[in-house]
Design a protein around this ligand. Structure first.
Ligand SMILES: Cc1cc2nc3c(=O)[nH]c(=O)nc-3n(C[C@H](O)[C@H](O)[C@H](O)COP(=O)(O)OP(=O)(O)OC[C@H]3O[C@@H](n4cnc5c(N)ncnc54)[C@H](O)[C@@H]3O)c2cc1C
Length: 351
């Protein structure tokens, strides 16, 4: 019987596993760090809020996690108006797989970590505890735990199992990797209301050019391909795709879409809907929500833990909710045009 069973070892799950002291913990993650074992599409940009969270943990980022080049500006394109602006940014460009692996190495030895372990079924027992079934190395295994933590990302099985009626606005993120052939690598953000009411991006990493976007599920691949054609006319160089990735990405559209869990089930990170609806930045919220949960879990389960977790994440939820008010200025075509035309906060490029 484990005190806590964590499903998912992304930034949220690994951080929680690192911080849970004195509890018997089992962590299950379907990914492996072997070739092809990690398929999470991500821009791999560490935003200032995530840097601050790491700073508060007194953690420093190993150089091996960084990629080339580091970026200081985002080129913003509005395909509806043809406007382009550059804005200064303070991101760290990194290898997302190596970042996740590094966070996992920080988990203390006393915590049981199982990679290549895909959770397939979760059930609450009559005594209020949980049976969890997972597949590992072709075998079906079961574990029992007093509490379950869903740190399993946007498409969380934990959320779908215990809170099946809970809905969060979501998109399909499609991303492709190409050989980098641009003379000067760049980071871009693309608005194209014909294809999506969210946004698309491109970034360079260690000789690769990555292009991706978040699209409504209907015809997401066709929208992606059409956008590539439009961007090719704007000077983007694609060439043959070396890798194609896709996943669900959440974009909460209201306060009620955050899902914290109840009755011994907790959700952290993107599984809880903790992701910025304006930028889709989610690593900082994953780190922060994990730390908040670690601080409230007691040796024995109690309903008090849920109330304390709700209080502890109030500031985070308010911050993410507040970003909804920024959205019209980014995503409403007329307001975006006004903002971009004004040149507000943009920088001039001297070539
Ligand atoms: C295309 C794209 C680009 C993004 N770019 C950025 C960016 O540049 N910067 C940023 O801050 N955020 C970005 N985000 C958001 C960010 O990736 C997520 O919000 C963040 O990773 C959430 O962390 P998490 O730990 O909650 O979940 P995840 O990182 O999604 O981790 C979930 C973990 O759970 C595991 N898992 C899932 N289901 C199961 C199961 N059934 N059994 C076992 N294990 C399971 C997965 O293997 C995974 O390791 C991006 C998102 C997308 C889709």
């Amino acid at each position: 019987m484990f005190d806590v069973l964590i499903v998912g070892l992304g930034p949220a799950g690994s951080t929680l596993a690192r911080l849970l002291n004195g509890q018997k913990v089992l962590c299950l993650d379907k990914k492996t760090f072997q070739q092809g074992g990690f398929a999470k599409p991500c821009g791999g940009l560490l935003a200032p809020d995530a840097q601050k969270a790491l700073a508060r943990f007194d953690l420093t980022l190993p150089k091996s996690v960084l990629v080339d080049p580091q970026l200081f500006a985002v080129r913003t394109l509005d395909l509806a108006t043809g406007l382009t602006r550059h804005y200064q940014r303070f991101y760290i460009n990194m290898d997302r797989q190596k970042f996740d692996r590094w966070l996992q190495t920080l988990i203390p030895a006393g915590v049981q970590v199982e990679n290549g372990a895909q959770v397939t079924h979760l059930a609450r027992r009559e005594d209020g505890f949980f049976d969890v079934t997972y597949r590992q190395n072709g075998q079906e295994k079961t574990a029992t735990a007093k509490r379950i933590v869903g740190a399993d990302g946007a498409d969380s099985l934990v959320r779908r199992t215990f809170f099946a009626r809970h809905k969060v606005r979501s998109y399909v993120a499609v991303q492709q990797w190409f050989k980098e052939t641009h003379k000067s690598p760049f980071y871009s953000c693309i608005f194209d209301p014909q294809e999506t009411d969210c946004y698309s991006w491109s970034v360079s990493k260690d000789g690769y050019f990555i292009f991706g976007g978040a699209y409504p599920a209907a015809q997401c691949r066709a929208r992606f391909e059409r956008q590539k054609q439009k961007l090719a006319k704007c000077g983007f160089q694609f060439g043959p795709a070396l890798k194609t990735e896709a996943c669900r990405v959440l974009r909460p559209s209201g306060w009620k879409e955050f899902c914290l869990g109840e009755k011994g089930v907790f959700l952290i990170g993107e599984a809880a809907g903790f992701i910025s609806p304006s930028s889709l930045e989610g690593i900082s919220s994953a780190l922060i929500s994990a730390q908040k949960l670690a601080a409230v879990l007691e040796p024995n389960p109690s309903p008090r833990e849920h109330r304390r977790y709700a209080r502890a994440t109030l500031a985070l939820r308010l911050k993410l909710w507040g970003k909804l008010f920024k959205c019209p200025f980014m995503y409403q075509p007329f307001l975006r045009k006004l903002v971009m035309q004004s040149g507000l906060a943009s920088i001039s490029i001297i070539s």
